[in-house]
Design a binder for this molecule. Structure first.
Ligand code: FE
Length: 343
């Protein structure tokens, strides 16, 4: 029979002690029963599965509060230091820029975010980062229009498109961001001329959403328009026979206008490290498809492939200008569209 010597017994005791310690001592803060509060303007059905996966992997508990972007911003400002929020998730760089400007976000310096997310999709000072890309591109009636006659957003103002263009209202932040980025690329004078020409080419009054633009093109009310690709994807999923196709404009120039959905750690977060770790995980390969695919968006992390349905739309060159400009030039864009009669 094997007899343990004094040294072996001591080792065994130490092992027992370490095992017990492992099971009974509290774990590191992120993995303990820590609870973070997330304010999200992104729909619950899109964000909850992602958060649930993270919660399952790490043991982190979370509380999710969803509302419109504007309401969340008002709430964060009103709550101030007493805000329970740790992370703000929203759509459109213009909204994220505005949130940072209003002082409700906290700057972070994260190597992981800098590695995973390209510079043009995140704030240079670290207040917010993009997590998925939404491309706003040209859509056309494939029975009427040959793609060879399309080239750029600007060219939709050519006389050839007289009474053939449909647009969504300029009240929508997507169009405000698009025109703001155009001002950044072309300057105010040239952008004015483009918007004036678009308005002159409208076939119908502006629509209140992208799906209506798509349906009007499919119904022959107009031949071309500008929409976010995920609306196209959703509509075609339900009605695959609609005569609609996407076109990637400005491929010999600055590229397709992209925007983001993204997030930032809140200024008065009580758990900023846990919130940052979640944000970093959302930028990782593991989370990116969960975050982007359900809404047919593109992963912001370029190492991650888009969903098969999205990949069929083809590759495109995207505008590499930093999306902070969508916020900085938003007011200029709103004024310009107003001056040019873009309702
Ligand atoms: Fe949308």
């Amino acid at each position: 029979m094997c007899r343990l010597n004094v040294f072996s017994r001591a080792c065994l005791s130490l092992c027992c002690l370490l095992s017990l310690t492992y099971f009974f001592l509290p774990r590191s803060p992120v993995f303990a029963a820590e609870k973070i509060v997330i304010y999200s303007a992104r729909n619950e059905h899109l964000i909850k599965p992602v958060l649930d996966r993270y919660a399952k992997e790490t043991g982190l508990q979370y509380e999710l509060f969803t509302d419109k972007e504007a309401a969340l911003l008002v709430r964060l400002k009103a709550e101030g230091k007493n805000s329970p929020a740790d992370l703000l998730i929203t759509v459109d760089a213009g909204n994220l820029w505005h949130a940072a400007r209003e002082g409700v976000l906290k700057a972070v310096d994260s190597k992981i975010l800098k590695t995973n997310i390209p510079a043009h999709l995140r704030d240079a000072e670290g207040y917010w980062t993009g997590l998925s890309i939404r491309a706003r591109t040209i859509v056309y009636n494939s029975k009427v229009v040959k793609p060879s006659v399309l080239s750029s957003y600007e060219a939709l103002g050519d006389p050839a498109w007289k009474k053939r263009l449909c647009l969504r209202t300029s009240n929508k932040v997507y169009n405000q961001s698009m025109v703001a980025m155009m001002i950044h690329a072309l300057g105010e004078k040239k952008t004015e001329a483009v918007v004036r020409a678009w308005v002159a080419n409208l076939a119908t009054p502006v629509f209140s959403n992208d799906t209506q633009v798509l349906e009007a093109i499919a119904a022959g009310q107009c031949d071309v328009g500008i929409v976010n690709t995920y609306y196209y994807g959703r509509l075609l999923r339900d009605k695959p026979k609609l005569p609609l196709a996407l076109f990637w404009p400005n491929q010999n120039g600055r590229g397709v206008h992209v925007n983001i959905s993204g997030a930032g750690v809140t200024r008065h977060s009580k758990h900023p490290e846990a919130a940052l770790r979640l944000l970093e995980w959302l930028s990782s390969a593991e989370a990116q498809n969960l975050f982007a695919d359900d809404n047919l968006e593109y992963p912001a992390n370029p190492k991650v492939k888009s969903a098969p349905a999205v990949s069929t739309w083809g590759a495109f060159k995207q505008d590499q200008a930093n999306l902070a400009k969508a916020g900085e030039l938003q007011q200029a864009a709103i004024r310009l569209m107003d001056r040019m009669g873009y309702k």
